[in-house]
Design a protein. Structure first.
Length: 228
């Protein structure tokens, strides 16, 4: 459309110049029109930049989503009942957990109610996923964003992370904040994990649980485990 306008305008100006016998104007108009035509043609033929790729959405399946949403409702209610943190906080944690389980459990065909950590030792992608998520939490903490780090550590706990690091960091932060119920909950979460041949340090958390219980009422029964 722009090229057509340039051609018509150029012909009109050249025609006026010829009628008035202004040969210099006619040549100048023709030259300018040709230059404009080439400029418009080149700009319209330039390739458009390729859009940047966006992260893929986690795989979805109606039955899997329904199962995870039911798990989320039960798990959030359970956590809120044994924590000083608000219900909305646990919903946020559960959202992270749900996306992770859609990605990992969905690919495996596993029961999404089962924490990823329960089969990380036999499935390398699950192990790498858990380690990467914990490393993100460590990076947040090193950068001074303690709140984001603690949220990611809680996500690791919900998926039964096998190492002691997220449990210890949460225990320390909650104890410093005098959130004894949450410090107790974290210690108990580690003790409730199934025994593994490597990386167990339950004596460490039993000792801290005993110290914390001296500062608060005895830890009540938890009912459902992290898997729901």
């Amino acid at each position: 459309m722009i090229k057509g306008f340039v051609i018509v305008l150029t012909i009109f100006v050249v025609a006026l110049a010829v009628i008035s016998k202004n040969w210099f104007l006619a040549l100048a108009a023709a030259a300018v029109g040709y230059w404009l035509f080439r400029t418009v043609s080149n700009s319209s033929s330039e390739p458009k930049p390729t859009p940047k790729p966006t992260p893929p959405e986690p795989p979805t399946h109606p039955n899997l989503n329904a199962t995870l949403l039911a798990w989320q409702r039960r798990w959030v209610a359970q956590q809120a009942a044994h924590s000083d943190l608000p219900h909305a906080y646990w919903d946020t944690v559960a959202d992270f957990v749900r996306v992770g389980r859609l990605s990992i459990a969905g690919n495996l065909g596993q029961n999404p109610n089962v924490p990823i950590g329960h089969y990380a030792e036999s499935y390398d992608p699950a192990l790498q996923f858990l380690v990467a998520r914990n490393n993100d939490a460590i990076a947040y903490e090193k950068a001074g964003d303690v709140e984001s780090a603690m949220l990611q550590y809680e996500v690791s706990l919900a998926d039964a992370f096998f190492g002691t690091h997220p449990y210890d960091r949460l225990r320390i932060h909650y104890t410093r904040r005098k959130q004894i119920r949450d410090a107790l909950r974290v210690c108990q979460a580690y003790l409730d994990m199934p025994d593994r041949p490597h990386g167990q340090n339950k004596a460490h958390f039993r000792a801290h649980l005993t110290k914390l219980q001296a500062k608060a009422l005895p830890l009540s029964s938890y009912g459902e485990g992290a898997g729901g």
